[in-house]
Design a binder for this molecule. Structure first.
Ligand code: ZN
Length: 164
């Protein structure tokens, strides 16, 4: 029997992740920075990822593969939009293939530049990872009880979490 806390609702997990495509290249990793901290049971992360973390304890390493419908959805053909350049954050380098972040009614959204005109930009609204089965290689570093304040806020504080 281990006396380590297992990840469950209202506990905070800290973990490193390396995200790859199935049998593909690395897409994203937390390894170059601080680990990610998240409060379980408060929609802090993708459901499939959270489900894979539940019941795990610090020190465990594992992989979880998530289908597009569990992550960024299927890729939609011809899902482009023409936007005014003035809506693109200043200092953004605009060239076809570049990924830029736009503010939308649903929050920040990562899109891909398709074509650049003199005053407008055509962007592909598909998330760059849409349509891909993603594999998360997780190293769970810490599981701890959440503080009253974290529970009230619905997110983790401190390293890898919210700073405020
Ligand atoms: Zn907070």
């Amino acid at each position: 029997m281990s006396d380590k806390l297992a990840a469950e609702k209202d506990r905070v997990v800290s973990f490193h992740y390396v995200l790859t495509e199935v049998e593909g290249a690395e897409l994203e990793s937390s390894r170059s920075g601080e680990p990610m901290a998240a409060l379980i049971g408060h929609a802090n992360m993708m459901e499939g990822l959270e489900a894979a973390l539940i019941g795990r304890t610090a020190g465990e390493q594992f992989e979880v593969a998530l289908a597009p419908e569990q992550t960024f959805g299927e890729r939609r053909d011809d899902w482009t939009q023409r936007i005014q350049k003035k809506h693109v954050p200043k200092g953004t380098r605009l060239r076809p293939g570049a990924q830029i972040q736009l503010q939308t009614d649903d929050g920040p959204r990562l899109v891909t530049v398709v074509k650049v005109g003199s005053s407008v930009v055509d962007v592909d609204l598909n998330h760059p990872f849409a349509g891909k089965t993603l594999v998360f290689a997780i190293e769970l570093l810490e599981v701890r009880e959440a503080s009253e304040e974290e529970l009230a806020h619905g997110h983790a504080h401190g390293a890898g979490g919210h700073h405020h």
